[in-house]
Design a protein around this ligand. Structure first.
Ligand SMILES: N[C@@H](CCC(=O)N[C@@H](CS)C(=O)NCC(=O)O)C(=O)O
Length: 307
């Protein structure tokens, strides 16, 4: 079977979301470590420009954004499901957690009085390079200020604690779902930094977080990024995909796809898949060969490329 390859790095909260979902589904995977800042030449050879973390590679198909990666894992291994029928709003809570909660957590955790703890042991040049990279990544994006995050995070934590107050084990009841993994990855970032005190008024939330993290990352082995590129180049087929035409968009058209919020680098290619949930472009790279790059529709924009 073509292996599931996760391109990620240890400190990435969104990667932690996927690592936990892989563990939950018991899917074995290969781990390719990518740099946490640009440049990322081997990753970009696969994605065509998309630089955010993590990415899932299956042969010569590359899936960007954890909302789509979760759907792909579900297709691969339907049980246990990340989308129980009893929790239709769970994906919307996940979307809130992956955006509003995530950026609140980042601003809460990376504030002037905590930065030294967050980056403990790292040389000043590395901290400076990280700051410059993230400033470029989010250029043009309006981000919540640390002072506001400190004031607002407790309200979010109280609401999550209230959801768990009836003694349920998971956010939407008896089984974990996509919302658990999306909320947990942000709170995991706080837990990694020595700021755990923020959970003290919320013992059930704290216990829930430990429960989610105890799921672990499942069985995985490391892989070199050059081997991942060779594997893509050697693939002889791609996952089936179909274009359902929309006004101005049809199969075979030259398009770009980019995130709308941050890390908006466009990926150019030929439109080979289009539906309510996914857009797929085909592109060629000298080292990776012909790759299909998949994005979710939500949070991304498609533009016709001018000839
Ligand atoms: N909506 C994206 C967000 C991904 C994201 O923001 N990841 C962070 C790391 S946790 C990132 O890309 N940081 C910059 C980088 O790794 O280059 C997803 O769900 O995958």
């Amino acid at each position: 079977m073509t292996p599931l390859i996760l391109h990620h790095y240890a400190a990435s909260p969104f990667a932690e979301k996927v690592r936990l979902m892989l563990g939950y589904k018991g899917l074995p995977w290969r781990s390719v470590t990518v740099p946490s800042i640009m440049p990322k030449p081997d990753l970009v050879a696969l994605t065509g420009g998309y630089r955010r973390t993590p990415n899932l590679q299956i042969g010569a198909d590359v899936y960007c954004d954890t909302a789509l990666i979760a759907r792909v894992l579900e297709r691969h291994q339907p049980a246990p499901s990340l989308y129980p029928a009893s929790a239709p709003l769970a994906p919307l809570l996940a979307q809130w957690a992956d955006s509003t909660l995530f950026w609140t957590v980042i601003a809460f955790t990376m504030r002037p009085d905590t930065l030294a703890q967050v980056f403990a042991g790292q040389p000043p040049e590395a901290i400076k390079a990280f700051g410059a990279d993230r400033a470029a990544l989010t250029a043009g994006m309006r981000r919540i200020a640390s002072r506001d995050a400190v004031a607002q995070l407790p309200a979010y934590l109280s609401a999550l604690q209230a959801q768990l107050a009836d003694g349920r084990r998971w956010l939407f009841g008896d089984a974990a779902c996509i919302a658990d993994f999306s909320v947990a990855h942000g709170l995991w970032f706080i837990r990694r930094a020595p700021l755990m005190g923020v959970f003290d008024p919320h013992p059930q939330l704290k216990a829930w977080l430990e429960r989610v993290l105890a799921i672990g990352h499942g069985v995985h082995e490391t892989m070199d990024s050059a081997d991942a590129l060779r594997l893509a180049a050697a693939a002889t087929s791609h996952a089936p995909c179909v274009v359902h035409p929309e006004p101005g968009l049809q199969a075979g058209q030259a398009v770009t796809v980019s995130a709308i919020d941050y890390g908006t680098d466009p990926v150019a290619g030929t439109l080979v898949g289009l539906g309510a949930d996914e857009v797929v472009v085909r592109r060629h790279d000298e080292r990776a060969g012909t790759v299909h790059v998949h994005f979710p529709r939500i949070g991304f924009q498609i533009k016709e490329q001018q000839p």
